[in-house]
Design a protein around this ligand. Structure first.
Ligand SMILES: *[C@@H]1O[C@H](CO)[C@@H](O)[C@H](O)[C@H]1NC(C)=O
Ligand SMILES: *[C@@H]1O[C@H](CO)[C@@H](O)[C@H](O)[C@H]1NC(C)=O
Ligand SMILES: *[C@@H]1O[C@H](CO)[C@@H](O)[C@H](O)[C@H]1NC(C)=O
Ligand SMILES: *[C@@H]1O[C@H](CO)[C@@H](O)[C@H](O)[C@H]1NC(C)=O
Ligand SMILES: *[C@@H]1O[C@H](CO)[C@@H](O)[C@H](O)[C@H]1NC(C)=O
Ligand SMILES: *[C@@H]1O[C@H](CO)[C@@H](O)[C@H](O)[C@H]1NC(C)=O
Ligand SMILES: *[C@@H]1O[C@H](CO)[C@@H](O)[C@H](O)[C@H]1NC(C)=O
Ligand SMILES: *[C@@H]1O[C@H](CO)[C@@H](O)[C@H](O)[C@H]1NC(C)=O
Ligand SMILES: *[C@@H]1O[C@H](CO)[C@@H](O)[C@H](O)[C@H]1NC(C)=O
Ligand SMILES: *[C@@H]1O[C@H](CO)[C@@H](O)[C@H](O)[C@H]1NC(C)=O
Length: 619
């Protein structure tokens, strides 16, 4: 049985010799073995007449085979050895809607190569050797919706390459050696809704070139060597809903204005070299509902890092090496439902980091070195309603519950395990230091508690001094307050506060600094440190003592006042005593004279009367 070809037979110079004897004989064998069902099907191809499809996948073809029915709709020539597509090669099949030329060795596309295929909807050229797409290669393909040019060797996208493709919805240009996208390369792509650019050598993505794709909904930019997102990098893409930036190893800078003009509902910036949440850039993203910042190295979440993302529902921060969330780190996220903090370095997650934990439905906290103390109690108490995505977190400490999953604790055991120990400051000996101007003064403050307390100090000017304060007055890692180059104005009472989730403990130390006479050298140092004295550059250093002084604090401060007072009184008595001893064995008479003054009587009544004397004896 022979396949009857009703298509006009065409043979180009290049192809003439190619079919060769090899496949002719193979064809004969095949034909003998399996009678072809096709009516007008090229040898060795599979045809489904109902679908009008011709599939010549992996047939070592070096040219377009003969015998393709004229009315063919789908032509699959993938994984063959085609080298080029010339104008006219596909002209005899005007009804083609889908052409798959993937994984051939095509290195040349001629202008107008496909221009006769007005009904073409899908064109796949993935995995070829294209270096350049000439202008006009895709001309007149007004009905094309999908074009795949990935895995080629395209170095540059020229202006107007895609000009006529106004129906194109999916364009793949990944895995090329792209180093440059000409600014007008994407003109005409008004129907494009999804674009992926990946694994290219691009070092910049110009906002100008992207701006022609007005109707883009999803943009994926993966594995690029772009170091920065510039101002208005995505301008005029007002319809964009999703943006993915993944595997940009050089990305370090995201301009605060880079997302200006966008109205995204999901954003993913993953596997880059950024080290903090680009909070300022999020200002324009009030409609964002999902944010993925996984696999960046973000070790700390600052307070209010996401403050502008008022509609955010999902936040993924997986594998960022996250070690701590500051209080209110998630401040502003009032609709947060899903938080994925899997695979980090978190020791705890306090509810004070959240805007409100009430909206939270799903929490991934697995693969973190969690310390199971009172700070995590809130999660335990909600463990029946909170969804852990089938990965309940487990305790990494303390030792007696190590490795135990949160779901394994019975209600009755919660308060045995999830406890904290209030800090206690050791060595409460009063530290009173008198120093001379210019000296280095330090006060120790060591505290113990579970979890280990953080220590900060309050200066006499009521500024908070923490290990992060830089300048003349700082707190050393052990909690010791160090004042370099002491000044007279440093005198006063310093309060050490040791606090942890269990509570806080306070302790006082006083410093008196005696000024030195002014000399020239000192004057230099004085002015050198003058800037340090006010600490005006640090907004957070000023503290308004908001904590209520507990009874102990009051007692201690009262006691300190009392001690001073009692000291003075005692000293007076002592003086008196010594003086009295100095008078020897004499008994002293104190004479106390008490005199009346006649109120109504005339005062002119001479010297006598009116006054009496009392005598008092001291033994
Ligand atoms: C292009 O698509 C439109 C709508 O799908 C269709 O009406 C038109 O016939 C197509 N053009 C060709 C040449 O097939
Ligand atoms: C693109 O980058 C890859 C890997 O870094 C390199 O092998 C290739 O030569 C580069 N291509 C161009 C055109 O620079
Ligand atoms: C990422 O940043 C670090 C320092 O911030 C730098 O040392 C490193 O080279 C950067 N990596 C790349 C691939 O640029
Ligand atoms: C932004 O997108 C949301 C839907 O995601 C829409 O409700 C809102 O109107 C859009 N805002 C603007 C300014 O386009
Ligand atoms: C977040 O990004 C990472 C890395 O690209 C990816 O593996 C993960 O699936 C993403 N998560 C979600 C929920 O999309
Ligand atoms: C959280 O992140 C992990 C790791 O990327 C992922 O497997 C998981 O699906 C994420 N969870 C959700 C709910 O997206
Ligand atoms: C000290 O602890 C009390 C309750 O024990 C708390 O109300 C107060 O805010 C804490 N003060 C500081 C500065 O942590
Ligand atoms: C002034 O400060 C320098 C160090 O900054 C120090 O070496 C020098 O002794 C100081 N001078 C006086 C008089 O304290
Ligand atoms: C510190 O305060 C003094 C007086 O209050 C002022 O003259 C000086 O300029 C201030 N220094 C700084 C750095 O603000
Ligand atoms: C300091 O904090 C106040 C209120 O918290 C704020 O209004 C002000 O802008 C801040 N100043 C600086 C320099 O950050």
């Amino acid at each position: 049985m022979l396949c009857v070809s009703i298509s006009p037979v065409r043979s180009t110079v290049g192809m003439a010799g190619c079919p060769g004897l090899g496949w002719l004989s193979l064809g004969l064998v095949l034909m003998a073995a399996a009678p072809s069902l096709c009516q007008g099907c090229p040898q060795r191809c599979d045809c489904v007449p109902q679908l009008r499809s011709v599939v010549c996948h992996r047939k070592r073809l070096t040219s377009i085979p003969e015998g393709i029915p004229m009315e063919t709709r789908l032509l699959d020539l993938s994984r063959n050895r085609l080298r080029w597509v010339e104008q006219g090669d596909l002209e005899p099949y005007p009804q083609l809607e889908e052409v798959d030329l993937s994984e051939n060795v095509i290195s040349v596309l001629e202008p107008n190569a496909f221009s006769s295929l007005r009904g073409l909807r899908v064109l796949r050229l993935r995995g070829n050797q294209l270096k350049l797409v000439p202008m006009g290669a895709f001309s007149r393909l007004a009905n094309l919706t999908t074009l795949d040019l990935s895995e080629n060797k395209i170095v540059i996208l020229l202006d107007f390459t895609f000009q006529d493709l106004r129906s194109l919805r999916h364009l793949e240009v990944g895995d090329n050696d792209l180093v440059y996208i000409s600014s007008k390369a994407f003109t005409g792509l008004l129907g494009l809704q999804e674009l992926t650019i990946e694994r290219c050598n691009l070092t910049s993505i110009s906002g100008q070139s992207l701006s022609y794709m007005r109707n883009l909904v999803t943009l994926r930019l993966r594995q690029l060597n772009v170091p920065a997102l510039e101002d208005q990098n995505f301008r005029k893409l007002g319809g964009l809903r999703g943006l993915e930036i993944d595997h940009w190893p050089f990305l370090e800078y995201i301009s605060p204005l880079s997302f200006q003009g966008l109205n995204l509902s999901w954003l993913s910036i993953t596997n880059t070299n950024i080290t903090s949440v680009p909070s300022a850039a999020f200002r324009n993203l009030a409609h964002l509902t999902s944010l993925n910042l996984s696999y960046n190295s973000i070790s700390v979440l600052q307070p209010w890092a996401f403050r502008d993302l008022v509609r955010l529902k999902e936040l993924h921060l997986v594998g960022t090496g996250l070690a701590s969330l500051e209080p209110q780190a998630l401040g502003g996220l009032r609709q947060l439902r899903m938080l994925n903090l899997s695979t980090n370095q978190l020791v705890t997650l306090e509810d004070s980091s959240f805007h409100s934990v009430n909206s939270l439905e799903t929490l991934r906290l697995d693969a973190n070195p969690l310390a199971c103390d009172c700070r995590l109690l809130w999660i335990l108490q909600r463990r029946k309603t909170l969804n852990f995505d089938e990965q309940p977190p487990a305790c990494a400490g303390p030792a007696d519950v190590q490795g135990r999953a949160f779901s394994a604790f019975p209600d009755s055991a919660l308060f045995d395990h999830f406890t904290c120990q209030k800090p206690r400051i050791r060595n409460r000996k009063l530290q009173q230091v008198a120093a001379r101007e210019g000296q280095v003064v330090s006060f120790t403050c060591r505290a113990e508690g579970e979890p280990s307390p953080t220590i900060f100090w309050i200066s006499p000017q009521r500024r908070r001094i923490t290990p992060r304060s830089n300048g003349r007055v700082t707190v050393l890692p052990g909690g010791t307050l160090q004042i370099r180059y002491a000044q007279v104005i440093d005198s006063g009472t310093y309060i050490c506060i040791a606090s942890n989730a269990g509570g806080n403990d306070t302790y006082f130390a006083t410093l008196t600094v005696k000024g030195l006479p002014l000399d020239a050298a000192l004057a230099v140092n004085r002015s050198y440190y003058a800037g340090d004295l006010n600490d005006t550059n640090q907004n957070d250093t000023r503290v308004f003592l908001r904590f209520t002084l507990d009874i102990k604090t009051i007692l201690v401060s009262t006691a300190m006042g009392c001690i001073t007072f009692l000291g003075v009184v005692l000293f007076c008595f002592l003086l008196l005593f010594v003086w009295s001893r100095g008078r020897g064995q004499h008994k002293n008479n104190f004479s106390v004279e008490y005199s009346f003054r006649k109120v109504d009587g005339p005062s002119s009544s001479g010297g006598q009367g009116g006054a009496r004397k009392f005598n008092m004896k001291m033994i």
